[in-house]
Design a protein around this ligand. Structure first.
Ligand SMILES: *Cc1c(COP(=O)(O)O)cnc(C)c1O
Length: 423
């Protein structure tokens, strides 16, 4: 039983096996008081140890110069390989299926080069409901690049009338009606706006049954949900590492390419020297010989400083473990939803699915009488959250560093804000 009280919150924090991880992070202050930071879905907080990880690379660069490629304490030449096993663990993939490279939108484009292969009548792309703008721009420009018009060839999912929620049935209906015209389906693991988590296994199965390839943008799912990409079997996935994965502003993205596509010579790909056979890379040969893993999609030698921040963060994820994080996350959002009930349906309404299997950390709250002053009140009182025009506040209690007390403090400040503004 969830009790909507401070006592309940404090009790949960006291028995929290992950409680020690909060101390591994810097919590930003507002008015000299630690904020209620609920924006981990937008930019994760800085792990204290990240400074050491980055400094190690700066020192090795200082002392070794180019020799650091082979002789740095964590050699730069294979640096991305040190990230693959723990990143693979976070998303339920095999290390050979995962590679850290580029930024997210770049990777979406690279994946579409390989997996959006329009031919004949099968030339459309089916995109998530209310997708993140960058994904829409990327998809529309890929369609135009292949000579198609996004107005007719880009299909967007939509919730049923009167609902906020995209059902599996509605996806199946589109596939039944137009499946033979759809080349690629691209969906978010968690919708950035509503917080709805999609069933990756079911959607992948449905799309493949209709002959469509399917990829997932996991920007809001990686480090948030328990994923099993290899078993679920989508063709590809990409995600950034600066949201739930706490690797710093603009840090690199990661890609999953299912093993069934490795080593395929019939699959087009944009190529660069970092995707070339590692034994032969420095022979500087003319003919490209791809690595037989997801690494074949790499273009350039990667930025080590950004990768050092990812290594620091992944070490924390490996210690905490996704199953324990997910378990706490479900309880944290459960507590938040229980508290929001106290405010009543005519104040605000949660548009995130209530079913735990269909949500992650994020809860999207729609205000009945939207007033931006409420958001300003929250900010002034030390709540760092996110306001989406016209009327949605997104809050994401993150199990690595947020507490039940944070959720309680948010509720008190939110309630006070609503009372103050309507007074
Ligand atoms: C955060 C986010 C992005 C950001 O793209 P970048 O290329 O990292 O700037 C793109 N898509 C989705 C779904 C996101 O949530």
């Amino acid at each position: 039983m969830i009790d909507p009280t401070l006592e309940y919150a404090l009790e949960q924090d006291k028995s929290d096996v992950l409680a020690g991880f909060r101390d591994c992070f810097y919590i930003p202050c507002v008015n000299d008081t630690p904020s209620v930071y609920l924006c981990g879905n937008s930019l994760g907080l800085m792990p204290k140890q990240t400074r050491e990880y980055v400094e190690q690379e700066l020192e090795d660069w200082q002392k070794l110069g180019v020799e650091g490629h082979l002789h740095a304490r964590t050699p730069w030449l294979p640096y991305h390989e040190f990230l693959s096993p723990s990143m693979a663990e976070v998303v339920g993939a095999m290390p050979s299926e995962v590679v850290v490279m580029n930024s997210l939108t770049v990777n979406l484009h690279l994946m579409m080069v390989s997996f959006y292969r329009p031919s004949g009548k099968r030339n459309k792309i089916l995109l998530d409901y209310s997708p993140f703008p960058s994904d829409r721009y990327a998809v529309a420009s890929q369609l135009r690049f292949h000579g198609y018009n996004p107005d007719s060839n880009l299909i967007e999912l939509a919730p049923a009338a009167g609902s906020d929620y995209v059902s599996l049935e509605s996806i199946q209906k589109i596939l039944d009606e137009q499946g033979d015209e759809i080349a690629l389906v691209l969906i978010g693991g968690v919708n950035y706006y509503t917080g709805q988590a999609y069933d990756i296994a079911a959607i992948t199965h449905m799309c493949h049954a209709s002959g469509c390839l399917v990829g997932f943008d996991l920007a809001h799912a990686a480090g948030n949900l328990l994923l099993s990409l290899h078993d679920d079997g989508p063709d590809f996935a990409c995600w950034c590492t600066y949201k739930y994965l706490n690797s710093g502003p603009g840090s690199l993205s990661a890609c999953f390419i299912h093993e069934r596509h490795h080593g395929r010579s019939d699959l087009p790909r944009f190529e660069g020297w970092w995707g070339h056979d590692k034994q032969r890379r420095f022979l500087m040969e003319d003919r490209f010989m791809p690595i037989h893993t997801a690494e074949a999609w790499q273009l350039s030698n990667p930025p080590i400083l950004s990768m050092a921040a990812i290594r620091s963060s992944l070490d924390l994820f490996a210690k905490a473990g996704m199953p324990a994080l997910r378990e706490k996350s479900v309880r944290l959002t459960g507590f938040l939803l229980r508290l929001l009930q106290e405010l009543g349906e005519d104040t605000c309404r949660v548009i995130t699915p209530l079913n735990v299997l269909e949500r992650g950390c994020q809860v999207s709250i729609q205000m009945r009488r939207p007033d931006k002053r409420l958001f300003e009140f929250l900010s002034g009182e030390g709540v760092i959250a996110d306001w989406r025009e016209p009327d949605v506040i997104r809050v994401a209690p993150v199990p690595l560093y947020n507490t039940f007390e944070d959720v309680w403090r948010f509720y008190l400040i939110f309630r006070k804000g609503i009372e103050t503004i309507s007074a």
